[in-house]
Write a protein that binds this ligand. Structure first.
Ligand code: NDP
Ligand code: DGY
Length: 329
């Protein structure tokens, strides 16, 4: 990267899709880019070293950007661009205090994440992983009237916790399956809910009346641990629980108890605490729990567009111009 102007230092915490790298290298900004050149997360010590003196940081949701990282960066840091829509890994108060701008990637991953959520819901409710396993292990002896029966969407009540961009896209995809009632909860009623006949209800009502509960809210101090013992105890014993937001919204010990005791029918999780979930975790011993490795936005095109957007956000922050998707702090 050439041309006049101050030399900007940028640290990128991972290999990212080439769409973003191309934009950075074609930009007319004098930029010295250093990168953790790996598909695995940057070790904390390398992050603290790499960010020293940087003007810009391009990070991932697995990088915890807290006061220690900001201190290590020093006063040059103008912009943090995260390759995600979720920003719970960023210490927003500390960032705001230092006048640092934040870019993120809303909208571009909404369709992919909603699609994956529907796939996970169907796979969990109709017991697809169990069925696939039975075919492989010889458990398939014959067609049997009640074998591997699950729950269908037709005529059901679906409850969506957090009818934001992704929650709404999930609702739009589920309604054509013949869903009878669409409930949602959150801090405020949403005018756009009318498009899916969404009923804004208190969380308790959603939990006790839904056949399928889908969590698609952001992780905040308020939503952390929201799905706990008391939450699961109010669910119908035939209800299916799906989480594609963040793992920490769920108390996993309480979820395990609810699933193993038959208090609820099944759960599908794309997000867990921690990530990766240890392979000896109790949740992985349950047939009625489907766990995916955080792949909501994982289509080639979506990740390419996210990468390009994160690069443009970074450049806007470095140049002091508009960012295509700046988080309002
Ligand atoms: P939005 O900001 O559009 O939606 C977030 C929703 O969370 C809002 O509707 C908001 O409702 C709701 N919310 C906030 N606080 C509460 C609360 N206390 N109770 C219930 N709902 C609440 O974000 P997106 O839809 O774009 O993304 C949502 C989240 O999905 C991200 O933050 C991220 O964590 C996760 N995600 C996961 C992916 C994956 O790969 N699994 C991919 C992409 C995103 P209100 O406006 O009323 O406050
Ligand atoms: C996000 O963007 O927050 C997701 O979790 C990954 O795409």
């Amino acid at each position: 990267m050439q041309s006049a102007g101050k030399l900007m230092k940028v640290f990128i915490t991972r290999r990212i899709p080439q769409e973003g790298m191309k934009i950075l290298s074609a930009a007319g900004v004098r930029c010295e880019v250093s990168q953790w050149d790996s598909d695995e997360p940057v070790p904390r010590a390398e992050l603290l070293k790499g960010i020293q003196g940087a003007h810009g940081l391009l990070c991932l949701l697995s990088d915890k950007v807290d006061a220690e990282v900001l201190e290590a960066a020093g006063p040059n840091l103008k912009v943090i661009s995260t390759l995600s829509v979720g920003f719970d890994h960023l210490a927003i108060d500390e960032i705001k205090k230092r006048g640092i701008r934040v870019g993120y990637t809303p909208d571009v991953l909404t369709d992919a994440t909603a699609e994956l959520t529907v796939a996970l819901l169907l796979a969990t409710a109709r017991r697809l992983p169990e069925g696939v396993e039975e075919v492989k292990n010889g458990g398939w002896s014959s067609w049997k009237p009640l074998w591997l029966c699950g729950y269908g969407l037709s005529g059901s009540t679906v409850g969506i916790i957090g009818l934001g961009r992704i929650g709404m896209a999930i609702a739009q995809r589920l309604m054509p399956f013949g869903v009878k009632r669409l409930l949602y909860s959150g801090r405020t009623a949403k005018p756009h809910a009318a498009e899916v006949n969404g009923e804004f209800v208190p969380l308790d009502t959603l939990v006790s009346e839904s056949d399928f509960i889908v969590v698609s809210c952001s992780l905040t101090p308020e939503t952390q641990g929201m799905c706990d013992k008391s939450f699961f105890s109010k669910m119908k014993p035939t209800a299916v629980f799906i989480n594609t937001s963040r793992g920490a919204v769920v108390n996993q010990e309480h979820l395990y108890e609810a699933l193993s005791s038959g208090q609820i029918a099944a759960a599908g999780l794309d997000v867990t605490t921690p990530e990766p979930l240890p392979t000896n975790h109790r949740l992985l011993t349950l047939k009625n729990c489907v766990v995916l490795p955080h792949i909501g936005s994982a289509t080639y095109s979506t990740r390419g567009v996210m990468s390009a957007l994160a690069a443009r956000n970074l450049l806007g922050g470095l140049q002091g111009t508009d960012m295509p998707s700046e988080l309002t702090l």
